[in-house]
Design a protein around this ligand. Structure first.
Ligand code: ADP
Ligand code: ASP
Ligand code: MG
Length: 491
């Protein structure tokens, strides 16, 4: 990665405080800390930044798949299956102890082994308690899930200490202040900034490398919360924003933001630069590489965000910044969001009736259900939602005012690019590329940087590949990494 991004001119800067150009927040996802080898790679990357005179603050996820397994343990306990829950926790305990034994020695190993055992003893007690009551609440689920990041961050801090990088563990729950919306808590940015300034900044200034667990926080009363799945990216942005970092780096397992999910389309190309707005649309509409809330704290303070590959640290990655360069292709990326449901609300009463839309949307609002897309006709409203928990209650209320029909297993495809503004003929190309696919609802976002439509979940892979072939056949080399394609063609 070039050094050019450090201290670059910040377009539309809104902060009053000074940016700290040498402070860099580096977030490492689950695969970047999945085992001893990955943790050593992570340590080498952070060391590289320190050797360049930068001051890293590190945010880590739980080791890969640990959050899923903690959730499975919590669910087992909630069903009263105490032994099943404890068996999962025991496997996790051994995985963490084995990894620590590979990485650490002497007092550091003794200390971390004791810390891991203490945490897992507490987790076992918690699981026993859940199993005894036979009830799992969102609050206890958050508590169980928090162990993944709490333990991984302690381990990574110890690895940094072992490698003379002055690693210092900070309990993220003491800094990331949230409300009590368990499972998807909202961050309280002013309080977070104050805590970070009090607890993390002095460590940075004293030459330490602070390590925080991502994803976790706590209410002002000290009750543990989580920020939603994939939320460690969001923690990194909150820490970057709160400390007014010069850059936020999201280290993951792909070369950056790609033109589409490389797991669906192996031809996907790295996008070199993308705007905050484009990245936000992309994240919201399903590109797992970035948590949707990540962009806002960075955008508000115009802190550039980089998405980088911890398995290929030399690669330049993707730079997300205020202004994206113009691009010859209309789209930069294609995102797909699966597991959506369409709700059709049909009532002849809607015709000419004031306030009808409001009544319908009030029902969704009452159950905190987020709507992704809306389309209306004279007598019907179709909306798409991705949270299914409250659907029975929502449908029961809607049924009082209309006929309601649910269609599950739908997916949303979102094509993102600032350069679709003012271009004609784009939708013709989109729908002709997927003419064999049944398209349900279509929307061109008010922001004019996305075009979205609903299809069957089972058609997603084929539709994404067809659209990719149509729009990224001849990619603009100023925006996309076309070298990768040349190499592949030669091979
Ligand atoms: P981490 O654990 O590092 O947070 P995630 O699994 O959350 O990593 O996100 C990285 C994954 O996101 C990639 O492995 C890739 O399959 C997926 N992904 C989806 N859409 C994109 C995209 N447009 N560009 C890059 N990766 C994407
Ligand atoms: N460990 C959490 C998850 O799997 C948060 C994250 O990795 O970002 O959702
Ligand atoms: Mg992630």
């Amino acid at each position: 990665m070039s050094e050019a991004h450090r201290g670059e001119k910040r377009v539309g800067e809104t902060v009053t405080g000074e940016i700290r150009p040498s402070l860099v927040v580096m977030k490492f996802g689950g695969t970047s800390v999945e085992d001893a080898k990955a943790m050593l790679r992570t340590a080498a990357i952070v060391r590289g930044r320190r050797e360049r005179g930068l001051k890293p603050v590190v945010v880590v996820s739980a080791m890969a798949k640990v959050t899923d397994q903690l959730l499975a343990a919590a669910a087992a306990a909630g069903r009263g299956d105490k032994n099943g829950a404890l068996a999962i926790a025991s496997r996790l305990r051994n995985r963490h102890l084995d990894t620590a034994a590979e990485l650490l020695c002497g007092d550091l190993f003794t200390e971390i082994r004791a810390a891991i055992c203490k945490r897992f003893d507490a987790l076992d007690d918690l699981l026993r308690g859940i199993a005894a009551v036979g009830e799992l609440t969102p609050r206890t689920t958050d508590k169980v899930m928090s162990y993944g990041e709490r333990i991984s961050s302690q381990m990574v801090a110890a690895v940094f200490a072992q490698h003379d990088m002055n690693g210092m563990h900070v309990d993220a729950r003491k800094c990331i202040v949230t409300d009590d919306h368990f499972g998807k808590a909202a961050a309280q940015e002013a309080a977070i900034e104050a805590k970070l300034t009090e607890m993390v900044l002095p460590l940075v200034e004293a030459g330490h490398t602070p390590v925080l667990g991502g994803f976790i926080g706590s209410t002002v009363e000290g009750i543990t919360t989580t920020l939603g799945r994939g939320g460690s990216d969001y923690t990194a942005a909150l820490v970057g924003g709160g400390l007014r970092a010069g850059a936020i780096e999201i280290w993951t397992d792909v070369n950056g933001i790609m033109t589409t999910d490389p797991r669906i389309c192996p031809d996907a190309l790295r996008v070199k630069t993308i705007s905050f707005e484009e990245a936000a649309e992309l994240a919201y509409f399903g590109a797992k590489v970035l948590h949707p809330a990540t962009i806002l704290p960075a955008m508000q303070k115009s802190i550039p965000v980089w998405v980088l590959n911890s398995r290929n640290a030399e690669n330049e990655g993707t730079r997300i910044t205020a202004m994206a360069p113009p691009c010859a292709s209309p789209f930069k990326c294609i995102a797909a969001k699966k597991r959506l449901t369409i709700i059709d609300v049909v009532a002849s009463r809607m015709l000419m009736s004031h306030g009808y839309l409001k009544d319908v949307f009030d029902v969704f609002d009452k159950y905190h259900c987020v709507i992704d897309m809306v389309s209306t006709s004279e007598v019907s409203i179709s909306v798409t939602v991705d949270s299914n928990e409250r659907l029975p209650e929502i449908c029961a209320e809607l049924s009082k005012m209309a006929d309601v029909k649910l269609e599950g297993h739908k997916a949303l495809i979102c094509m993102v690019g600032e350069d679709i503004r003012g271009r004609s003929g784009i939708s013709g190309r989109v729908f002709s590329a997927i003419r064999h696919v049944n398209v349900r609802m279509i929307s061109q976002g008010a922001s004019e940087i996305n075009m979205s439509f609903m299809i069957e979940e089972s058609d997603v892979d084929e539709a994404v590949r067809s659209l990719h072939a149509e729009f990224f056949q001849d990619p603009d080399p100023t925006v996309f990494d076309t070298d990768a394609r040349v190499v592949a063609a030669k091979a």
